[in-house]
Ligand binder design. Structure first.
Ligand code: CU
Length: 176
C-alpha cells in the first residue's frame, strides 16, 4: 500500500475543490440574474422569401442556449414598416390559415423554435421595396425582457409560403 502517496493527493484535490466552490460562490453571490434573452438567442439558416411587393415572410431556426425560456414579442425591419409574428393553424373549416401568434414566439430553454413555411414565421405585412433574391434583409427581434437580437438573412426565391389569411376557395362546390 502506498497511502503515503494517495492521501496527500486526496487532500490536495479537496483543497482545490473547496477553492473552486468558494470562488464560485463569490462570483455568483447576488441572486442569479438570467442573461438577457438577446445574449442567448441565435438564428440558424435564416432566409426571406423574395417578393415584388405586398407580403412576404422570414424563416430560420431560433436557438436558445440559456437556462430559461425566452419569448420574442416583436420584430422590426427596414424592408417592411409593418411586421407580425405569425403562427399557422387549422381553422374551423379544416383549412390552414396564418394569424398573429398570441404572446409571441416562445423558445424553450436550451431548445429551438423552427420558423418555416406552413408553420411559425416572421410576417412582412407590406414590403417597402421589392425583395430580390440575392439581397439581404436585417431584422431586429425584441424579447419580453426588452433585450434585442439583430440578424441578417439572405433573400431567396421560393414558390411556397403562400399561406391564406382568409378562407380559401376550397369549399367551392360544397353546396349549390
Ligand atoms: Cu404570415
Amino acid at each position: 500500500m502506498n497511502t503515503s502517496k494517495t492521501l496527500p493527493r486526496a487532500a490536495a484535490l479537496l483543497a482545490v475543490s473547496l477553492l473552486a466552490l468558494t470562488g464560485c460562490a463569490a462570483t455568483a453571490a447576488p441572486a442569479e440574474e438570467p442573461k438577457p434573452a438577446g445574449d442567448v438567442v441565435t438564428i440558424e439558416d435564416a432566409w426571406v422569401k423574395a417578393a415584388p411587393d405586398g407580403m412576404s415572410a422570414a424563416f430560420g431556426m431560433l436557438e436558445n442556449t440559456g437556462d430559461e425560456d425566452v419569448t420574442v414579442v416583436s420584430v422590426e425591419s427596414d424592408v417592411s414598416p409593418m411586421m407580425e409574428l405569425h403562427e399557422t393553424v387549422e381553422n374551423e373549416a379544416g383549412e390552414m390559415v396564418m394569424r398573429e401568434i398570441e404572446g409571441g414566439f416562445v423558445i424553450p430553454a436550451g431548445g429551438e423554435l423552427a420558423l418555416e413555411p406552413g408553420a411559425n414565421h416572421i410576417m412582412l405585412m407590406g414590403l417597402a421595396n421589392p425583395l430580390v433574391a440575392g439581397d439581404e434583409a436585417t431584422f431586429t427581434l425584441t424579447f419580453s425582457d426588452d433585450s434585442t437580437y439583430e440578424f441578417t438573412a439572405p433573400v431567396k426565391d421560393y414558390s411556397g409560403a403562400n399561406e391564406n389569411y382568409e378562407e380559401s376557395d376550397e369549399h367551392e362546390g360544397m353546396d349549390h
